[in-house]
Design a protein. Sequence first.
Lengths: 191, 224
Amino acid sequence: MKEMMKMMIVLSLICGIAGVTLAALKQVTAPIIEEQVLTYVQAPAIESVLADYDNNPIKDRKKFDVDGSTVTVFPALKEGRLTGVAFETAGKGYGGDIGVMVGFDIQAMNLTGIGITTLKETPGLGARVAEHGYATQFKGHPLESVDLKKNGGDIEAVAGATISSTGTVIAVRRAISIFNALKDKLAGGWS
Amino acid sequence: MNRLWKEFSKGLWTDLPPFKLVLGLCPTLAVTNTANNGLGMGAAVIFVLTLSNLMISLLRKIIPAKVRIVCFIAISASLVVAVELLMQAFAYPLYQQLGIFVPLIVVNCIILGRAEAFASKNPPLLSIADGLGMGLGFTLSLTFLGALRELLGTGMIFGVNVAWEGFEPIGIMVQAPGAFVSLGVLLCIMTFVENVRRKRRGLAAVQGPTHDCGACGGCGHKNC
């Protein structure tokens, strides 16, 4: 009985101390990790979808509430004027969620392009959605009728990768609906 | 002091983890496609192994024998999570490269092996020396294997081009099969060197695995 008590106490103590220490460490590192993810995962995508800006989109980011969820919006400012925005959405792919950074041009009201942030698709097949030929189809695309050709749209799917192509299209459509909801808030400019 | 040095140095040759003990092969095979990855993985293992050895050694009289494995795993798992968080915060590109293999340090046999075989029976200072030595041996092995594969597969070491002009990289060396091939060749060389050393001292050669006929009948082996 005494041995049993000792086992329980020692094990609980070790686990308890480990838990508290890790929780504290997580709290301390969380903001640094967020910064790192922004720099290494999202910054390259933002650079590829936003053109013509002279600010730091990551530094100037702002959070907006759209339909109950929070969206982090990265602005493109030229001489203090808002020219475009970019934010990340996700669509279901073959190997998990595909994260897509979608850029919008405020003046022309069209897409400036997409950049893939998270991709776990099959290499050489689904992963080709991140390649030039597929992704550039979204550049300058109007906000309406973004869809694959087989559904009556004008986006050519990656051959043999319908699920991955559909995933990105769904992510872009999600982004467009968020953009439409945000439009009025953005009209007043940034800051 | 002598004892300390002995515990430290055994991890560098006589008990070199991946090549002599043949322990911890999962990360050895998986992340050594570049020298840099091998070094990063090794550094993470040094950190976890030394601290887990220290803690287990300090707690060795408190931990009841019947639940010792659970306690060892709880301690090393916490350290691994700490490493993962710190790596994400301060070395994100390395974390992107190593990915899933960082949390898998928990199940690296070296950690539990040293805890069970050494730290739970020895005082803290010796355990630290053991952890540092084993960790350093592991790091050197991984870095060497990584450098070898990177050199043959891409013509670079630590991302710096060192190959002569007209060098044709062997792409397969940086992929999974290259890991097995180079590990096998390295093990072979290590055994050969060890045998030469033993012969000079008049000792018997390294024993290969013995053929066990217990489970099979008529496998055709000459010992059966």
